[in-house]
Write a protein that binds this ligand. Sequence first.
Ligand SMILES: [Zn+2]
Length: 463
Amino acid sequence: MSALYRRVRPLTFAEVVGQEHVKEPLTRAIREGRLAQAYLFSGPRGVGKTTTARLLAMGVGCQGEERPCGACAHCQAVQKGAHPDVVEIDAASNNSVEDVRELRERILLAPLVAPKKVFILDEAHMLSKSAFNALLKTLEEPPPHVLFVFATTEPERMPPTILSRTQHYRFRRLTEEEIAAKLTRILEDLGRRAEREALLLVARLADGAMRDAESLLDRLLLLEDPLTRAKVEEALGLPPKEALFSLAQALGEGRMKEALEEARRLYGQGFAPRSLVGGLMEALREALYAAYGLPGRSLSLPPEALLAALTRLDEALERLARRSDLLALEAALLAAFAPTPKAPAEPAQAPPPEPPLPEFDPLAPPPRRAGVRARPNRSPVGKKPWLPASAPFWRPFGPPCGPSCGRPGPRWWGPPSTSASPKARPSTTSGRWSKRRPFCPWPKPTSGWRRSISFWKKKPLSR
Ligand SMILES: [Zn+2]
């Protein structure tokens, strides 16, 4: 037995759920015989792109009254995938230039039975660039007996040269009500019963994709009648909604003991922290809807708190992907409902406005910075500002300034040494010879200075 979504695939445009903006122009084009040469159907997965492409192929050669009728031999053959003039190509696996060349050769052949040959290229964005280029000329001027239908989930990846040669229809996501209505019809045909809330839950889990909803329903058909929300939650491994709402209520009201016990109980029942947090977010979202007047179950929490908790839980989901245990779950729950710090009531004082810039005058002298006095860079050589008037005599230079300088020290004064030996030269740091200037006034030593230093070192200071 084939999958449910294949058994309930629509046979007429009327059976396609939603997508009125696509169905109406296509129906009229088939009726009036004004079909384009190439169509592009884009949209998320499972919303009816391939189905509509097949319906278009059925409508091309249908002998029924309302085309496509879904009952005539042509329609049946297309539906079974056995029609010689309808070619479905999976572009994801046939995406090379050779495949497109082979396709071009097939295009030249006239149709066998139907008035047109229909080529349906699924996942068309997967064609390689060279394959697209090989297809360009064919698309621009195809033989009159050919109809192309491209189906893709990513129209952005199609080259603009292809887009401009096709009629582009965007398929939208289906609403939960639309999906639930189709599921109800399927269940009626099967003679099964289900709660509306259970079907709405399935529709929400499908996220706008009919095929996903039908696949989920296929699993749920193994359960006993009637299908209830609790049974669906249990079968799909979802945490029960009642427990999630009571958990959210306890967290929001600050009853942390009860909330943590409830979280621990759910964790113990085998629910993954990620699915618990995801279910809690669904409950909060429903409460937020109710707070804004949309249908949904309300919680006695202000919308701001709900929104803040939703945001924090969304951040926690990423962390739970890395670490998924009870501790991480509790941390996520406690952080989500922690009280938000109060914002300061008074807005901070605005900084004082900056003084306006003075007008620029190119002829004015440059401004002088405060505390800095312009001074000519004069060398102290030749000046004797430190020489006291009572100095008995002075020498042009004294002993070395120190180990770090190596240059002769400042001019200094004092009685001549009585020693004739250079070793007996008086110390520069003690006694009466230690009257060193606090700074070295000499310019940078040159080789000449160095020579004089060595010369001076070998001679006694006296004389
Ligand atoms: Zn037909």
